[in-house]
Design a protein. Structure first.
Length: 576
């Protein structure tokens, strides 16, 4: 039950009725009319801007029009206690207490669907995220984007969309050759006691490479490690398998499972790059030309070469993009265009890419290619996951993948746990840098949002446990003839915002809204709980009994908390 959507529908019907009588002029589309939660100081439940939206077309001051509309709204709804009008023309509605009784009855009886937008068109999404090179473990730089992609997928699934979660495996190119050589040299170090060439900056010197080498040796395959060229193909396959095993384990401890791992190497072997270039040439989006020196390059050093270029500027990019290098090999962009053609051929309604902060400049060119391939705008949605700054003892950690001394996902989980990692990584919008303070996430206070939300659920669970009741079971109530107090209605008003939170999180792909909402709900609950310390009448249990009114109230709060935490991928413990 989305009370904001319901009241918007109700207002639109009232507007049509008044318009049909000739007393109101309506535009062709009723866009811009909203129903929102008004500020607390106004002591109202819903506020609408309808009078301000329709003021111009009706040539009436918003305050005058608001008085007319407010009277019509009140006349059509017997659950309204009062309506107030505030400058510059807001109509604020306060409901009778029975409205909230009806509200809690409906969401208690439809707990499994509360929050889902049943009116929204359901689409088929492909969410591609993480896609780190298969050359080592995932580090904290990957962690935020991994959680962002996973929770975006969870929100879409909660709202009954179809979702495929995909990892693009960059198992082709120079970085894979260097990675395989790194494993090879570690194998020779173990078998022949040779020194690993640490002065070679192209190699990966991390200790995990030693583990990969040992695992490959222990496979007991008859491989002769004396000549790299002879075994490079087989060793590459084995090395990537080891890296992917480690990456999948890293993802697993984060609570993430992909539906599909898509290989770049297979894309190349199937000649899909050549096929997409041919496709774009037929569409006249490819030509041979020269690219000017980038702003970061010295013009005197830059050598202009004729290259195969994609007409990215036809779609709003600042310059056309190279598809082929001077040596005739394909650029990374060309492979990526082929990959996105493959995605489009799988008939998804929308493609979502989660990209790291260093890829923000890449968005326009890949979006341009998808528009050229599909003939549609906004088919591809890119979300940037900004940097994470790790703090411990108020000092930053430094990461360096080449040196092998960076902070891995495994390190982070061992330090603070999966729940804290997921919740805190989501607690701010993904497009701003996040400070992840190891000390703060271990505090048991209001300043630790994860603890505060989990403690809310644990407190409710303690009441049910005291009564020998199972919080996970539905509660059967014979009658919902309750009347909730203003303190309780305050919490119900916050719960009424849950469908709106889900809707905005889903349409804007902004999962940070969910932990923020849960923290606000938990704060309201803890404030109400603490009233019982001074006023026995406010306690949930009196004389070893609890009223049906309070029982269902607690159950509804716990349902929303659990639902939100499941979307985030975080546990709701019964005890803290």
């Amino acid at each position: 039950m989305n009370i904001f959507e319901n009241y918007l529908d109700k207002i639109n019907k009232i507007l049509l009725d008044i318009s049909n009588k000739g007393d109101l002029i309506l535009p062709d589309k009723l866009d811009g009319i909203t129903t929102e939660t008004p500020p607390l100081k106004f002591n109202s439940d819903i506020s609408t801007n309808v009078a301000m939206v329709l003021s111009k077309v009706n040539k009436k001051p918003p305050m005058d029009l608001a008085n007319i509309l407010a009277e019509a709204i009140k006349k059509n709804d017997n659950l309204i206690e009062k309506i107030s009008i505030l400058k510059p023309g807001f109509i604020n509605i306060k409901f009778k207490a029975i409205f909230w009784t009806n509200f809690i009855e409906e969401i208690a009886k439809n707990s499994k669907t509360f929050g889902i937008n049943t009116k929204e068109k359901k689409n088929n999404y492909l969410v591609e995220f993480v896609s780190a090179n298969p050359t080592g473990p995932l580090h904290v730089g990957h962690c935020r984007g991994a959680i962002l992609g996973d929770v975006i997928a969870n929100i879409l699934l909660f709202n009954k969309h179809k979702v495929t979660k995909e990892y693009y495996v960059n198992d082709y190119g120079n970085q894979i050759i260097n990675f395989t050589k790194s494993v090879y040299f570690r194998i020779r170090e173990i078998i022949y006691n040779e020194t690993f060439p640490k002065d070679n900056d192209d190699l990966y010197p991390g200790d995990y490479i030693i583990d990969f080498a040992k695992n490959i040796i222990n496979l007991k395959k008859k491989i002769d490690f004396t000549d790299f060229e002879k075994i490079s193909k087989e060793l590459t396959i084995l090395s990537i398998e080891e890296a992917l095993k480690l990456i999948k384990n890293n993802l697993n401890i984060l609570g993430i499972n992909h539906d599909n791992f898509f290989s770049e190497k297979k894309l190349v072997k199937n000649n899909e790059v050549e096929k997409v270039i041919d496709f774009l040439q037929k569409k006249k989006f490819v030509y041979k030309g020269k690219i000017e020196a980038p702003a970061s390059e010295d013009n005197n050093e830059w050598i202009e070469r004729e290259q195969l270029l994609f007409k990215s500027t036809d779609f709003g990019d600042d310059k056309d993009r190279a598809l082929q290098k001077s040596d005739g090999s394909w650029t990374y962009f060309a492979s990526d265009v082929a990959y996105h053609k493959n995605k489009l051929d799988r008939n998804f309604d929308y493609l979502i890419n989660i990209l790291g902060a260093d890829h923000s400049g890449y968005i326009k060119r890949i979006s341009s290619s998808v528009e050229a391939l599909s003939g549609k705008k906004n088919k591809l949605i890119c979300k940037i996951s900004q940097l994470v700054k790790l703090l411990k003892d108020k000092k930053p950690f430094k990461m360096s993948k080449r040196k092998g001394d960076y902070i891995t996902v495994d390190d982070l989980i061992k330090e603070v746990g999966k729940d804290a990692t997921r919740f805190i990584m989501l607690n701010r919008s993904s497009d701003v840098q996040l400070d992840f303070d190891f000390d703060a996430v271990k505090e048991k206070s209001k300043d630790n949002p994860l603890y505060y939300v989990q403690y809310c659920y644990a407190r409710i669970s303690s009441v049910f446990r005291h009564l020998n009741k199972d919080l996970n079971l539905d509660i059967k109530i014979n009658s919902f003839k309750f009347e909730y107090s203003e303190d309780e209605i305050k919490i119900l008003k916050k719960i009424s915002e849950w469908p709106k939170c889900i809707d905005i999180s889903c349409t804007k792909l902004e999962p940070h809204r969910i932990p923020v909402f849960l923290y606000e709900l938990a704060s309201e609950f803890h404030s109400y709980w603490n009233l019982g310390k001074e006023n026995p009448q406010k306690r949930f249990i009196n004389d070893e009994k609890i009223s049906d009114e309070k029982l269902i109230f607690l159950k509804v709060i716990s349902n929303v908390i659990k639902s939100g935490m499941q979307i985030i991928g975080v546990d709701t413990p019964n005890k803290m």
